[in-house]
Design a protein around this ligand. Structure first.
Ligand SMILES: Nc1nc2c(ncn2[C@@H]2O[C@H](COP(=O)(O)OP(=O)(O)O)[C@@H](O)[C@H]2O)c(=O)[nH]1
Ligand SMILES: Nc1ncnc2c1ncn2[C@@H]1O[C@H](COP(=O)(O)OP(=O)(O)O)[C@@H](O)[C@H]1O
Length: 206
């Protein structure tokens, strides 16, 4: 059966919930998904590589991309810009490949406006206490930034209503398996399979 367009998957949720951890583990298992590397003005953390973890840009370079309409979405998050460049995502979807975005909530809502057919997955922590522990234990933030991220998290969790799926990231393996099942299930959606069959039948008859 010929795949038409790829599916756009959006994984979002509060900072520190485990989006990056879930995404990396998912990509170790599911090589068919294409990951869209984000652009950011945040300085690289130790061990982060330009073009692998993020495309690290200056504020001017980022604003230039925005002005030239080259971003699908972007957000100003805890003092820095983060965003998804348009070209890569569009090209992969057009080639029939599934694309996976891992982005914060403001950006996900913008994607929803432009790609309403996207599949929106919201990752939540088992509790706010656990979320705080995860942000602290990661050790990448100052005390003030931990407070900022937790304050943002409370507002972000209220946006759950805009999502198609909600996954609790309690045990990492279970959360990854659940996201993987969502990806598989979306490929079995009746509308999607029916369209592909119809097209294949039409080709057969002509
Ligand atoms: N809107 C948007 N958010 C992004 C993008 N890339 C990463 N983010 C989010 O920006 C937030 C901060 O990312 P980062 O500084 O790497 O910290 P961490 O994810 O909390 O480790 C996280 O919630 C990311 O998921 C993007 O392209 N667009
Ligand atoms: N299911 C989980 N159980 C315990 N710790 C987790 C789990 N998922 C992620 N973590 C830890 O929580 C911290 C934040 O995870 P990270 O993937 O950086 O979050 P995000 O990308 O959402 O900001 C990291 O130290 C990570 O190892």
């Amino acid at each position: 059966m010929i795949e038409e367009k790829g599916i756009l998957f959006i994984l979002s949720g509060p900072s520190g919930v485990g989006k990056g951890t879930v995404r990396k583990s998912l990509f170790d298992k599911d090589t068919d998904l294409k990951y869209s590397i984000s652009m950011t003005t945040r300085p690289p953390r130790e061990g982060e590589v330009d073009g692998v973890d993020y495309f690290f840009k200056t504020k001017e370079e980022f604003e230039d991309m925005i002005e030239n309409n080259k971003m699908i979405e972007y957000a100003h998050y805890v003092g820095n810009y983060y965003g998804t460049p348009k070209d890569y995502v569009q090209k992969q979807l057009d080639n029939g490949n599934d694309v996976f975005l891992e982005i914060e909530v403001q950006g996900a809502l913008q994607v929803k406006e432009n790609f309403p057919e996207g599949v929106f997955v919201f990752l939540i922590p088992p509790s706010l206490e656990e979320l705080k522990d995860r942000i602290i234990s990661r050790g990448t933030e100052t005390e003030e930034k931990v407070r900022n991220r937790l304050a943002a998290a409370k507002e972000e969790i209220e946006m759950m209503d805009y999502y198609d799926y909600v996954v609790v990231n309690d045990q990492i393996d279970t959360a990854v398996q659940t996201v993987q099942s969502i990806v598989r299930s979306e490929h079995c959606k009746r509308e999607r399979v029916a369209i592909q069959y119809k097209k294949a039948l039409e080709r057969d008859e002509s």
